[in-house]
Design a protein around this ligand. Structure first.
Ligand code: ARG
Length: 465
């Protein structure tokens, strides 16, 4: 039988010590220590509230606040011995506080449980993480908008089914990415509202018999409001699932962007070149410049998607209220935060600094009969029904494939074999410039529309200065 040790904070009803394997198996301090700032912040607010309602004297409050602040400094300096036998961040800090200040430290946990404490810590932590991720999202958006402005007139092939479809402007493509990121930012802002609710005061599951002032604590911690149901508040991890879900979609977007950049950077297309400082070489093939950062972002998408499944699965079988299962929420959550923040950081630096090879894009757009729809639209404007126009242009394209000639390279006589309705004015619509300029309506690819959207985006982004 192992002797009970004095360091554990709940040994009163136990007659033997925890098995050493169990001690390690149940400990979370090696990962949840990341919550230390938020744990201390929550404890200080709780202590102030206990003083306000008369549970702590002014001297006790002072001792607790000074003690916690000293511990904060110690941890930040790396001068704190984390003990696995104290299980988690909460008990490591509380035990250290009591060691430092004596009995006042033992009063801190009045009217509180680790169940509402950990839920509060995680929400405070996540609120900061959302703000950091949002800042990276905004930085990336700004880079894309300025790139779009510089490349508003640059013509590239637009694809559907990865086949050349119609000419588009590169600026328009960059603004498509921007739109994805705007939705991501909105989702995070919406998620933040539900993160910003305070469980503290729910205690273990049923509330506490002390006359606590939860509005006071919520104000101290910057929460929107206290939670309304103690059972729900200690067990709920919806806010974490929502957050990881929003992040999974961010990663899906970054992964799609990565895929496009990887394709564009292949010498076969040669549309772009990624900055050297964001690429790596091959140990065997001297000519290689590999888009590893983009590939890794695409790869890291998998782990965030995995974390979303993990968290949903973690919760699906849990009865009310708190269960120890919930300790498993932290590693997926922390890794999601790190992965998304770093991926956004990388793209915010890399993407706006890619080199755009406009002539390669232009040549590719010329090769794929990208203005075929423009020719059909031209015929329609001259009175040909669209389905007939489609057929006529299809034949012209087949002829072009045989002769290896783009529509804009055919003579008027060649084109008139397919329809007598075609006149000399056709050549203005067959050029790539004419084609993109013609799509001049809200949402269209015309350079004028790109500029208009850039102006709106700049206005929107100014609010985050
Ligand atoms: N380390 C725990 C967690 O992360 C803290 C709460 C533990 N509560 C308990 N009654 N065992 O969830």
């Amino acid at each position: 039988m192992r002797e009970k040790t004095s360091s554990q904070l709940w040994t009163g009803r136990f007659s033997e010590a925890t098995d050493s394997f169990v001690e390690q198996f149940t400990a979370s301090e090696h990962f949840d220590r990341r919550l230390f700032r938020h744990d201390i912040r929550g404890s200080i607010a709780h202590a102030r509230m206990l003083h306000k309602i008369g549970v702590l004297s002014a001297a006790e409050l002072d001792a607790i606040v000074n003690g916690l602040e000293a511990i904060l400094t110690d941890i930040e300096r790396g001068d704190f011995a984390w003990l696995p036998e104290l299980e988690d961040v909460h008990m490591n800090i509380e035990k250290r506080l009591t060691d430092r200040i004596g009995d006042a430290g033992k009063k801190l946990h009045t009217g509180r449980s680790r169940n509402d404490q950990v839920a509060t810590d995680v929400r405070l932590f996540l609120r900061d993480a959302i703000d950091e991720i949002t800042a990276e999202l905004v930085r990336f958006q700004r880079g894309l908008v300025e790139l779009a402005d510089r490349q508003a007139e640059t013509i590239m092939p637009g694809f559907t089914h990865m086949q050349v479809a119609q000419p588009i402007t590169f600026g328009h493509h960059m603004l498509a990415w921007y739109e994805m990121l705007v939705r991501d930012q909105e989702r995070l802002a919406d998620c933040r509202k539900r993160v910003n609710v305070m469980p503290l005061g729910s205690a273990a599951l049923a509330g506490t018999s002390f006359p606590i002032d939860r509005e006071f604590t919520a104000r101290e911690l910057g929460f929107e409001r206290p939670s309304r149901n103690s059972l729900d508040a200690v067990s709920d991890r919806d806010f974490a699932i929502e957050f990881v879900s929003a992040c999974a979609l961010i990663m899906t977007h970054l992964s799609r962007m990565a895929e496009e950049m990887i394709l564009w950077a292949s010498p076969i297309l040669g549309f772009i070149e990624l900055p050297d400082r964001y690429c790596t070489g091959s140990s065997i093939m001297p000519q290689k410049k590999n888009p590893d950062v983009a590939e890794l972002v695409r790869g890291k998408t998998a782990r965030v998607h995995g974390h979303l499944v993990a968290l949903n699965t973690l919760m699906k079988g849990q009865p009310l209220a708190y269960n120890r299962d919930n300790q498993e929420d932290k590693e997926p959550l922390f890794d999601t935060i790190d992965t998304v923040r770093d991926s956004l950081h990388a793209f915010a630096d890399m993407v706006p600094n890619m080199q755009v090879h406009a002539s390669r894009m232009y040549e590719a757009a010329r090769k794929g009969f990208a203005t075929a729809t423009d020719l059909a639209d031209y015929l329609v404007r001259k009175g040909v029904p669209f389905r007939d126009a489609h057929e006529i242009v299809g034949k012209a394209v087949r002829y072009g494939v045989e002769k290896d000639k783009d529509l804009s390279d055919m003579t008027l006589e060649e084109l008139r074999q397919f329809s007598q309705t075609i006149d000399a004015d056709v050549f203005t619509v067959l050029t790539l410039e004419g084609s993109v300029a013609a799509r001049n309506h809200l949402g269209g690819t015309a350079p004028a529309q790109v500029r208009a959207q850039v102006a709106l985006a700049r206005e929107r982004l100014a609010q985050f200065d």
